[in-house]
Design a protein around this ligand. Structure first.
Ligand code: GLC
Length: 650
């Protein structure tokens, strides 16, 4: 939009740019800057409008973007233009993601190149490499306590090895996703070090206080993220003789976005990684970006404004790059990280569907889809040009963040039901074969989350221990069933690296003093490549899981109705064990697919009559696109085998 105040300022800034910048070919950049500048300016006014140096800060921001645009490699600029033309490219069903720790999966970036065939064997084509940046040894929170945002951890590789990997990935049509940890830095980051030495400029990058007065005020309303191993939200820094805000671990210092220098630095860093080949940037812990006394310091309006600014600046400079919001918050809050707009994602194009993830684990435990159905209905429709990242396990814990009201509607008492789920997954119930661990136990509230590998939580560990063939079959089916949902639900499925071969809990972390207190390490194993080889041996669990997932991905890619265009209808069926939804393309009802999942350990009947009245099952027989099996629809019901799913073309 054209608006006088911002555009006259933009003119002044462009005129004042250094000559060598002005001489570059900025045609596409300037068009996009013109289009986005009113928004950028308005957001900047909202956040920093009362500062005396407002104009200088705006100048610095534009200059930062311009420099990064000039440095953007030409092949990436060409890709930007191609993606602009094909703007819905990421909503396609042809994408399937895979998340891994580089060191655990392949040793280093070079080693990873040697394993790309494994990803291609599985069929995934979006690779999220979890943080690879320089972190202090030990106090790294698995890479999320960054010491240097522009340097790759030396044991993992270098900018050169990343460039070579990124080129290789592009040739294979695999997208690269990298993390930028925007909420905090390590206490060994250069900014923190300077702050510790007393430099006021850098103390202003963080939340630093002489005494407990203000920290205590914050604490009144701030929850604890890691109550067990990092209680409280402030840490006394002996060197600086001051309190510093540390919402996560005591060595992770929260950045202060009230300071525009911080925002501009972080935008520069985001653009730096965009220029180093990231197709997608995962923005870590975005819900925490703005702190306000009296609030939980999560999901504040300003956090959204910051993300909008980051997006606007990235659209101007590297518009082909997508953002993932890592905001593991209440269902109603998560969706806001797409940005509140009619069509376009104004903040992040993708967001972790933590609600679906937690609901799926609830369905496994109860063997019913009652809460799953209620919970899904409470998630508002996503924006047209945004998509979910659907996952079952990731490197973090499982938080039971369902809506209390939905739990009640499903017929349970919220506190009791959460207790049941935690007991179920941490081996405290005789009716459960899951073997997980509690994470983040909060002594004050009694709340806890769950850690454990997908296979162990799904009962495979217990089954193998007891050499119980029936239980092995059950847990394998559970693993496939869960994946069938994330493949068909709408959004990009994201498989966690060790799950495609049914890796069990890894308790070796308990021998490491630095990891011992963080049970999330139980599901961050070293990839066992001997075990992975078994994927090629029929009859093994590895083969069943891997080939099942491989087939699902291949079939998914062939089903246009699985692309993500808000083209899903949840269907209420009377049987509480069944989760049923249809996927469709509005202009072609022939392509409609009915997804039916049975979470029970017994076969369950799907009432065909009800579905016939809704327009399904009009022909005498239908086909399951996954197995290729055909079924007669002449009977009144279709029996869904235990822990199974169908993708029925109807
Ligand atoms: C994100 C990461 C998690 C980390 C936290 C703090 O939630 O996924 O692993 O502990 O941020 O950086």
């Amino acid at each position: 939009m054209y608006e006088q105040v911002s555009h006259s300022l933009l003119n002044d800034i462009l005129i004042a740019l250094e000559p060598q910048i002005k001489n570059e070919n900025l045609r596409y950049f300037n068009i996009r800057l013109g289009a986005n500048f009113y928004a950028i300016h308005s957001l900047f006014v909202l956040l920093y409008g009362d500062r005396a140096d407002f104009k200088q800060q705006m100048h610095k921001l534009v200059e930062t973007m311009t420099r990064q645009y000039i440095q953007r490699p030409s092949d990436l600029k060409t890709l930007d233009l191609a993606r602009e033309k094909d703007h819905n490219w990421f909503l396609s069903q042809k994408w399937a993601g895979f998340a891994l720790y580089c060191q655990e999966f392949a040793g280093d970036l070079e080693g990873l190149q040697g394993k790309l065939h494994y990803l291609q064997d599985l069929g995934v084509n979006m690779l999220h490499i979890m943080p690879i940046l320089d972190c202090p040894k030990g106090k790294s929170d698995g890479g999320y306590a960054v010491r240097d945002f522009r340097k790759i951890y030396e044991k993992i590789g270098s900018l050169e090895t990343l460039a070579s990997l990124s080129e290789n990935l592009k040739k294979r049509d695999i997208l690269l996703a990298l993390d930028v940890v925007v909420n905090h830095t390590s206490n060994e980051h250069e900014w923190a070090q300077k702050a510790r030495l007393g430099e006021k400029k850098f103390q202003d990058y963080y939340f630093v206080f002489d005494d407990r007065d203000i920290p205590d005020m914050y604490e009144e309303s701030m929850p604890e993220v890691f109550p067990e191993n990092a209680p409280g939200n402030f840490t006394w820094d002996f060197e600086m003789q001051k309190w510093v805000m540390t919402v996560f671990h005591d060595y992770q210092w929260d950045l202060n976005y009230k300071n525009p220098d911080v925002l501009i630095e972080m935008i520069d860093i985001i653009l730096f990684w965009a220029n180093h080949g990231a197709d997608i940037i995962r923005l870590d812990a975005v819900a925490f970006l703005w702190k306000k006394i009296g609030s939980t310091c999560q999901n504040e309006r300003e956090a959204h404004l910051i993300l909008q600014l980051m997006k606007d600046c990235c659209q101007v400079t590297a518009p082909g790059v997508l953002f993932i919001a890592e905001a593991i918050v209440a269902p109603i809050e998560i969706i806001k990280y797409f940005g509140e707009d009619a069509i376009n994602a104004k903040e992040c194009e993708m967001a972790y569907n933590a609600t679906l993830m937690a609901l799926l684990w609830e369905a496994v435990a109860t063997k019913k889809a009652t809460l799953l159905n209620k919970g899904i209905k409470s998630i508002p429709n996503k924006l047209e040009r945004a998509t979910w990242l659907n996952y079952i396990r990731c490197h973090d814990d499982i938080g039971l963040g369902f809506d209390d009201n939905d739990i009640r509607l499903a017929g349970y008492e919220p506190k009791e039901h959460r207790r049941f789920l935690i007991d179920y997954y941490t081996g405290k119930r005789t009716d459960s074969d899951a073997s997980g661990m509690a994470f983040g136990l909060n002594g004050k509230t009694g709340d806890a989350r769950i850690a454990g590998s997908l296979a162990s939580l799904a009962g495979l560990e217990t089954a193998l221990k007891n050499n119980d063939l029936e239980a092995i079959d059950k847990s394998t089916k559970t693993i496939l069933l869960l994946h069938s949902v994330i493949m068909s639900f709408g959004g990009m499925p994201l498989i966690y690296y060790s799950d495609a071969i049914g890796t069990l809990n890894d308790i070796t972390y308990m021998d490491d003093e630095l990891k011992l207190h963080d049970s999330r390490w139980i599901h961050r194993p070293k990839m066992n490549w001997e075990k992975a080889e078994l994927r090629n041996q029929p009859g093994t669990v590895e083969n069943r899981i891997f080939s099942g997932l491989k087939k699902m991905i291949a079939v998914r890619k062939e089903i246009p109705a699985f692309a993500d265009h808000n083209n899903r209808d949840l269907i209420d069926v009377e049987n509480p064990h069944l989760f049923v939804f249809s996927r469709f393309i509005s202009i072609n009802l022939q392509s409609r697919v009915l997804v039916v999942c049975n979470f029970d350990i017994s076969p369950q009947a799907l009432d065909i009559g009800t579905l016939r009245r809704l327009g399904f099952f009009q022909l005498g027989s239908v086909q399951d696109l996954y197995s290729g099996e055909s079924f007669s629809t002449l009977d009144e019901s279709l029996l869904i085998p235990p822990l199974s799913f169908y993708w029925i073309q109807t």
